[in-house]
Ligand binder design. Sequence first.
Ligand code: MN
Length: 307
Amino acid sequence: MRSAFDALGGWAARSRLPAAAGGVLPIDLGADDDGDDTPDGPERARYRAVFISDLHLGTAGCQARQLLEFLKRHPSDTLYLVGDIIDGWQLRRKWFWPQSHNDVVQKLLRRARKGCRVVFVPGNHDEFARQFDGHQFGGIEVSNEAVHLTADGRRLWVVHGDHFDGVIQCAKWLAYLGDNAYELLLRLNRHLNSLRARLGLPYWSLSQYLKHKVKKALNYVMDFERAVAAEARSRGYHGVVCGHIHRPEMRSIDGTLYCNDGDWVESLSALVEHLDGRLELVHWAPGALPEGIAHGENARGQTIIGA
Ligand SMILES: [Mn+2]
């Protein structure tokens, strides 16, 4: 459901929010030591590139601790932050900034300081950053769209993806719902699953259930994927890396590689490029879940690697 709400949120933001909020980022730049002893320098990198998006820092749904664990174990030469990193919309409504979210931001800045090239491609929830296209913050490059060249010579267009909402008609009915509805849904889902855990039942994702049940949402996803791949193809790229719809995917669409790195609200997924240029979608096992819940598959039935 995030996808569709998010999508419509994009329209809402463009229509009613000022383009440049101009707010000060709630980042504490104080401590340098995040307790991670693993050097992030290129000499120790296990991955050529890592792509993550839709962290939604500043919302209760963000799985910041899981993300920190993932980042510690996935050093890379280049790290792409493919949008919706800090949720400016939610922060404007209600201030929510726990220590773990601050730790993520510090970790990203630290990684940039240690020699990792960090590229931030803003999304619709952090569109305030789009005005800083071409600038740098603490070593993090801001770029409204980027091009990644893989080790095997493929040119990938890196973009958040919200600009494709406008060309997709199927999701218009969702305009009547909003971000708050999604937050409520996630909270409901958490309570439901803590109850299910106590009853010894496996994790069950309400929003994933709805996503699969609501045909229009599915149509939206398909249309989104095709639209993004088609645009990448028309621009002459071999493929595209995006986020936005919170649905991890890597497949060829009419000969163009479509990669969606997922999100850190539910999917806990990332796209990685190995040193030889091979791309892989990785699913982080939610280590914080109680015993007996993570059975090697995540909520979408995909095999988990990592952890
Ligand atoms: Mn988005």
